[in-house]
Design a binder for this molecule. Structure first.
Ligand SMILES: O=P(O)(O)OC[C@@]1(O)O[C@H](CO)[C@@H](O)[C@@H]1O
Length: 391
């Protein structure tokens, strides 16, 4: 990932700059959200002195120049290559997507996630994820499963979409975000009709998930509905191989979620039994890949994943970060057609994303003018969303 302007894959006449951390929202993430996240990680687990030292060191480092990784485990050699052009530079002047990925990789290195020893595999965001799963919002969602039979695919799709607003990193900055936004008034690009026609016919669905808790639950509900409707359907749930962006789901988190569902109420228990059967039959697969925690866009996805996307009838990408990786973390004019920036996708792709960062395409000019006139901040407030489809 470099700083050269990008050309739209489906429109060679269109180029735009890569987003860095120098201003606006990215700056606030690097300056405010990352230190706050480190403080929470320090607080959440009784770390030994060497981990505390390393986490405090990272908190200092992000105010100065970018330094090499201080561990040699896992993907460290690959990261040394990715980091080479940026070492010694400020975190703010390199591609924002790269800087965030490097921060999370360094955070995991600091906590001993990779190193053989007692802290290996201890999720630094575990306490925050557990609190989310044990909290009132998840309980309310589970209780709502009793009324599930009355809901159509449209409602389930909207639940999966708005569940994305609940990521734990986002809540660091928007703790008061409410749940009052009507499900459709905040939709500023809406390909639901085409998507709803496709979903029930998709034999092979890839669902690239995002956050645990209030987002993963409706994703599982949607998967359950599609799998229950037709015996030929398969769903591959793509999750992160390691903790990432605070609340992104890993295989362990899928299991944690199933365990939480198994605690009830009755409709959740029934659903978890079905989901377990689907997993056992190979119809619901949990898939992971190192690409999902790499500082790369989907245009740079490795061949194996490209093949999986090409073979699927539909790939659904959840969330803000997957959207940034899909269209490139680039300052496209927001009226750029979604298809122009996703033309490289080897199949059919849909994005279900609430807006929590500046990147945006596929919005009608009149709606854009209206939103811009409404004041600053609408692109990052989580109050607006897109459902987009291409291919
Ligand atoms: O992918 P998600 O969970 O929807 O959102 C991830 C996010 O909260 O993290 C980034 C800032 O760190 C932004 O892209 C976005 O706001």
């Amino acid at each position: 990932m470099d700083l050269e302007p990008r050309t739209a894959p489906g429109d060679p006449g269109l180029t735009a700059s890569v987003i860095t951390g120098e201003s606006g929202f990215p700056r606030s993430v690097l300056r405010d959200r990352h230190p706050e996240l480190l403080a929470r990680v320090l607080d959440g687990v009784p770390w030994p002195p060497e981990v505390r030292l390393a986490l405090n060191g990272l908190a200092e480092e992000i105010e100065g120049p970018i330094l090499p990784l201080s561990d040699t485990y896992g993907d460290a050699a690959q990261w040394a290559e990715w980091a080479a052009p940026y070492l010694g530079r400020s975190w703010y002047e390199v591609p924002f997507l790269w800087a965030e990925n490097y921060f999370y990789r360094k955070l995991l290195g600091a906590t001993g996630w990779f190193a053989p020893g007692p802290w290996q595999g201890v999720d630094p965001f575990g306490p925050q994820k557990e609190a989310e799963l044990a909290g009132a919002a998840v309980r309310a969602e589970l209780e709502a499963l009793d009324g599930l039979a009355g809901l159509g695919l449209n409602e389930l799709l909207l639940a999966a979409l708005w569940g994305n607003r609940a990521d734990l990193g986002f809540q660091l900055q928007r703790p008061t975000v409410d749940d009052e936004t009507p499900a459709t008034s905040g939709l500023i690009a809406d390909d639901r009709a085409a998507l709803l026609a496709l979903l029930p016919r998709a034999d092979r669905l890839v669902l690239v998930t995002d956050n645990i808790g209030r987002e993963l639950l409706p994703d599982l509900v949607l998967a359950d509905r599609l799998l229950s409707a037709r015996p030929g359907t398969t769903v591959a749930l793509h999750v992160k191989p390691s903790p990432y962006f605070t609340s992104d789901a890993t295989p362990t988190d899928v299991l944690r979620t199933l365990r939480r569902m198994a605690e009830g109420p009755a409709a959740a228990v029934e659903m978890v039994e079905r989901l377990r059967d689907f997993i056992g039959e190979g119809r619901l697969a949990v898939v992971t890949h190192p690409f999902y925690v790499a500082p790369l866009t989907f245009a740079e996805a490795p061949a194996g994943l490209q093949k999986a996307y090409a073979e699927a009838d539909l790939t659904v990408l959840k969330g803000d970060l997957n959207y940034r990786r899909l269209v490139g973390d680039v300052e496209w004019p927001a009226t750029t057609p979604f298809a122009s920036v996703t033309a490289y996708w080897p199949g059919r792709v849909a994005a279900l994303r609430t807006l929590k960062s500046d990147v945006l395409v596929g919005v009608d000019a009149a709606r854009l003018a209206e939103l811009d006139a409404s004041g600053p901040g609408w692109r990052v407030s989580g109050e607006y969303a897109v459902v987009q489809l291409a291919g």
